[in-house]
Ligand binder design. Structure first.
Ligand code: G3P
Length: 328
């Protein structure tokens, strides 16, 4: 499973790539606002175009999702094209994020504008990440319209199910992928029993019908949810920095480290000090070199970075020196 970092904070993104674990970046208007506000708070001036350019460079050609903020098909297409034109030449890694349905309420007339925008951009070979996916049917339509990624929002689905059923919870609380049950029936949203179940159903449908569209599990808030997304065949998961950090932590790992460190035999460490020794390499072949003049001896020793050879020099005729055991 690929791991994307769900952040617009350049320091977090830089760190995730330095660790060698990031396969992409996803941003959205809220994450962008958070990053911009944090910089303004520290009285840092921020040129947003330069800032995003920096993110793209750090991501080294891996996909970076930038979301549109318009809410009509024409607006989203225009903005998607503009974002792509502005930023894709930098590292050829732009993915345009389009909401599956930009309507705010049932009576709005823009329900299909997301699909129109996905198709228009996909027709121009612009990769699209379809966001705010809360049903497998939305994922199916997004894939048919040409999406490169669909992003089911697992954590927000769990929130929705819990809130509707008056289950109290904290944002990062674990919610079982099998759902929470009341007697013989799980709480659900039209048959979806949890966020991970949503990821699983999207993945099952798209894989079964051979779509190239990847399932990018989003809104993951704890490590167990990450594990379950992986077990349920998400192609990728986009994770907040804190969740990535938590993935490494375990009390028994700390405990093991403390014990191993306490038990170190000093001679074992000494073997590794003062240079590296590759046990698989053959002993270096040695030869003698004859040079004229003391200066030449010193120069050869310097070139060969060997003091031992200088000590082993031996006069050989007038002004000539033989240096023994020089590595070939
Ligand atoms: O990628 C989606 C994400 O940014 C929203 O996550 O869990 O904060 O609702 P969440």
């Amino acid at each position: 499973m690929k791991i994307f970092i769900d952040s617009a904070d350049i320091d977090e993104i830089r760190q995730a790539y330095a660790w060698g674990i990031a396969d992409g970046v996803t941003t959205n208007p809220s994450l962008m606002k958070k990053a911009v506000d944090a910089r303004h708070k520290k009285a840092h001036r921020l040129d947003l175009q330069t800032y995003i350019t920096e993110i793209l460079k750090v991501a080294k050609g891996t996909p970076v999702s930038l979301e549109v903020t318009e809410t009509t098909a024409d607006g989203m297409i225009r903005q998607g094209l503009a974002l792509y034109k502005l930023f894709n030449p930098i590292a050829r890694n732009i993915v345009i994020k389009i909401p599956i349905n930009p309507a705010f309420k049932d009576t709005d007339t823009t329900h299909f504008d997301g699909l129109r925008a996905i198709k228009a951009l996909a027709d121009k070979k612009i990769p699209v990440n379809v966001t705010l996916v809360f049903t497998p049917e939305q994922a199916l339509l997004a894939a048919k319209a040409g999406a490169t990624y669909v992003s089911p929002f697992a954590g927000r689905m769990d929130d929705y199910i819990r809130k509707r059923n008056r289950i109290t919870f904290e944002k990062t609380d674990y919610f079982p992928w099998q759902g929470m049950w009341k007697g013989k029936k799980p709480y659900d949203d039209n048959g979806v029993v949890s966020g991970v179940d949503l990821v699983w159903k999207c993945s099952q449908i798209l894989k079964h019908y051979g779509f190239k569209t990847k399932v990018l599990a989003a809104s993951l808030r704890n490590i167990r949810q990450v594990r379950e997304a992986a077990l349920h065949h998400a192609d990728a998961a986009t994770l907040p920095f804190s969740v990535i950090q938590n993935m490494l932590k375990h009390t028994k790992t700390y405990e093991g480290m403390a014990k191993f460190t306490k038990d170190i035999v000093p001679a074992y460490v000494r073997m590794t000090e003062g240079g590296t020794h590759d046990p698989s390499s053959k002993p270096a072949a040695k030869e003698s070199r004859v040079v004229k003049g003391k200066k030449a001896v010193v120069k050869l020793a310097r070139d060969l970075k060997t003091k031992r050879s200088v000590k082993k020099r031996k006069p050989k005729g007038k002004g000539w020196f033989e240096i023994k055991d020089v590595e070939k």
